[in-house]
Write a protein that binds this ligand. Sequence first.
Ligand code: NAP
Ligand code: GCO
Length: 266
Amino acid sequence: MDIMKSFSLEGKVALITGASHGIGMAIANAFAAAGATVCFNCSSESSRVRALEAYKANGVDAHGYVCDVCDEEAVKALVAQIKEEVGVIDILVNNAGIIKRIPMLEMSAEDFRQVIDVDLNAPFIVSKAVIPGMIEKGHGKIINICSMMSELGRETVSAYAAAKGGLKMLTRNICSEYGEYNIQCNGIGPGYIATSQTAPLRERQPDGSRHPFDQFIIAKTPAARWGETEDLMGPAVFLASDASNFVNGHVLYVDGGILAYIGKQP
Ligand code: NAP
Ligand code: GCO
């Protein structure tokens, strides 16, 4: 076995949902560097154009599409278009996601449903559209972007935690149902990563001091820092590559040690 070659994504077609910036874009850049042809979707044309420019500036020839991951017909059409223009998808990363930070008793059922729709129903919809092609091809990799909230709760994120906890179990179920077709479905559970999703939690205070949540996360993380999107690149390439062919139904937490740590004594 050529161990270094087993990490290569040469000749593979990857779809990373919601890769117009943030974690998805870092993963797409990593896949491209490892040899894959990368496709991504996002929710608006302006976002698609901006992302294509950023990929180009990084030397990546990405294929970008506008597609709402919650719209089943649009997702089917996207997968068919990618097959036509690029090829059958070998690697899917269910990354697109949203969060609404609202105390549960103040949250409307509509807001709750919207979060569940993007963060849980959509990975089901996109996986369902992609798996038949993987079965036909004889292999496939699905990576679901989970969260600390796949394991933990906290004030204001009931919908997000319910969705990400569900996504962990969808991961195990896809593994259970399609493992025999040489499809590996795993999750990545990022810790607190500096992106636009977490920007409100890192805003400087009027006096220039760090946001209390920012201080809380640094104290709660053995690595004593926020994660960068680059921290997810190696783990994603591993789970997308032949190097992880017997890893299935697992969630790899990339969290600087948060889940291992009880916290500093006062
Ligand atoms: P982000 O910067 O807000 O990016 C979210 C991406 O999802 C964007 O590309 C956005 O597209 C896309 N998107 C949202 N709704 C969509 C829809 N309905 N259809 C298609 N695309 C949609 O978020 P991020 O921080 O990189 O997070 C990426 C994933 O990691 C999410 O699932 C998030 O929950 C998860 N995560 C994040 C952290 C963290 O600390 N940041 C930690 C753990 C897990 P547009 O740009 O077009 O809107
Ligand atoms: C929050 C954060 C988290 C992170 C991430 C942690 O409000 O607590 O946004 O949910 O984004 O998912 O892994």
